[in-house]
Each structure stands twice: as C-alpha cells, then as structure tokens.
Design a protein around this ligand. Structure first.
Ligand SMILES: [Zn+2]
Length: 295
C-alpha cells in the first residue's frame, strides 16, 4: 500500500496497474498459509528465508514479513511489473462480462515484453523453480529459490485481488476508474479515490496495523469448519477466472453517482475475507507440494 499523496497523484500518470493488496492484505494471505504449512515445509521456508541474513535471526521468519517484497522489487525491476496482474477485460464486444474468461493471447504479454508476461505465467514459472529441490550448498541456487518463494507468496495474494484480474476499457485494473467514498478512516484528500484502491485498502480498513488479529478472526469465523480441500479444486487459470468474476461484480456495484457507501464496503469486505482466506489455503498447498520433494 502506498499512502502518500505524491503516489496517489502519480497513479494518474501510470498506464498499468501499479498497486496491490496493501501490505496488510498480503500479510493476511501469507499468515493463513503459514498456519497450514507442514513441519517439513516450515523448515524449508526457514532455511531459505534465513539464508538472506548475515547473522541468523533467533526466531522464525514469517511468510508475512516477506509477502510484499515483490512490490518493492518491481520498483527497480520493471521486467516484473506485469507479473502482478492479469488484464482479463470486463468489456469484450459480443460477450457478456460474466462470460469473459482468461485468454492467454489477449491477456498475457509475450515473454519478451520488457515489463514481463502476466500473473498467470509468473505464478507458474516461479512455482516451477520452487518445485525443484534446492541444493543448500549452492549459494546461487538458494538465492534463486528464495526469490521464487518470495514471488509465489506475493503473487498468490495478488491472484485473489479482483482488480488484479480485470481491466475495463484500459483503466489499469480500476486505477483509472475514479469513485467517491466518504466515511471513517478516510483522509479528506482521499475522498476521490479509485476502484482499485478501494479494493487494495479501503475495504480492509487499517489492517496493516493489526493483520494478525484479522487472521485470527478469519480462522475463527470464515474458515472455521470449512472443508478447505474444496478451495484447492481447479488451476491457477480457474482461480483467476473466478477472481475476474468478482471484479465483474465489483464494477457493476458502483452506483451511477460513483459514490460508494459504508454498507457497500461492508458487503465487499465479506467477499474480500473469502478471497484472502482461499488464497492463503491455496498458497499453503502450493508450498507444501513444492517442498515435498526437498530433502
Ligand atoms: Zn503485487
């Protein structure tokens, strides 16, 4: 999340999606996943993440602590800029928005694009790297795998943010779709915002300061008693298509006067809870599978 006025105004200049779930959203997905790691996967995660410290930290390193690394990395590595989203259009001539699904040729840039491919391919590629058992004696292999881990943790979060799976008439995933919101926790200069930012941060509120409590709440309410194996059905493409469906719904929800109400944001938060929880469960499964062949 970026809260500075400077960046808010910069967004107007940016052609593509520039934001992501706020740090809080990514931390939530990562923490839900960490709760579901097998002891073996947890050990592998610790070995990889601690490899980056010159003096090993005393306690465990959490997945949440590295979950937003990819957003910072992108600032100096533009070749990964497109990895954070997949622009499945809302408007396609001759089709209902609900019927539009991921089309690689249309929605994913070719691999020689200077800004990278797209979320779908990036997840697949980084998971492929991570799934090859690493030789812990090879510093370069450990570095490559640690980087892949940090990408996978982040991109599973992006994959659950509806405005990272859609765009409408070149609006950069809702960054160019200005809406109004007036309510608690809103700075006066932010009354005019955009749909992407509504999903990045306004729905979740001040969660960056208390994401752990948010996770506890998810565990005790939304996730409690659910058969989590049902969330694992399907593929990355199926999940971005479902994510796109949520975006279709989110665009349609914006009223004619473009003013979102508190009640609407409350309803959207229920959807966000589901998206975050499912992403965490799926991330854990992906990591447990990737690390199952590690020594
Ligand atoms: Zn991102």
């Amino acid at each position: 999340m970026r809260l500075s006025m400077m960046l808010t105004s910069l967004l107007i200049l940016l052609p593509a999606q520039a934001m992501a779930w706020g740090d809080g959203g990514h931390s939530i997905v990562a923490e839900v996943a960490q709760h579901r790691l097998t002891p073996h996967s947890f050990d592998v995660v610790q070995k990889l993440l601690k490899s980056e410290f010159s003096a090993a930290p005393m306690g465990p390193v959490s997945l949440a602590s590295i979950s937003s690394w990819a957003d910072d990395y992108r600032d100096k590595h533009k070749e990964t800029a497109n990895w954070h989203f997949v622009d499945i259009p809302i408007n396609v001539e001759g089709k209902k928005s609900e019927d539009v699904t991921y089309d690689e040729g249309r929605d994913c840039k070719p691999s020689d694009d200077p800004s990278g491919t797209c979320l779908v391919k990036a997840v697949e590629e980084q998971l492929q790297i991570l799934s090859k058992p690493v030789d812990f004696n090879s510093a370069s292999a450990v570095t490559e795998h640690t980087k892949a881990l940090k990408f996978v943790v982040h991109l599973y979060g992006d994959m659950a943010q509806p405005l990272h799976c859609a765009e409408r008439d070149d609006d950069g995933g809702g960054n160019g779709f200005h809406v109004f919101y007036s309510g608690p926790k809103q700075n006066s200069w932010e009354v005019r915002t955009n749909l992407h930012k509504v999903w990045d941060s306004l729905i979740l509120g001040d969660v960056q300061w208390n994401w752990n409590a948010y996770v506890q709440d998810l565990e005790q309410t939304w996730l409690k008693g659910k058969d989590e194996s049902t969330f694992l059905a399907g593929s990355v493409v199926d999940w971005v298509n479902a994510c796109h469906q949520q975006a279709v719904r989110a665009y349609a929800l914006v009223p004619a006067d473009l003013t979102l109400t508190q009640n609407q944001l409350k309803d959207e938060k229920a959807i966000a809870d589901e998206q975050l929880a499912k992403a965490g469960v799926r991330l854990a499964d992906a990591l447990n599978k990737a690390f199952s062949s590690y020594p």
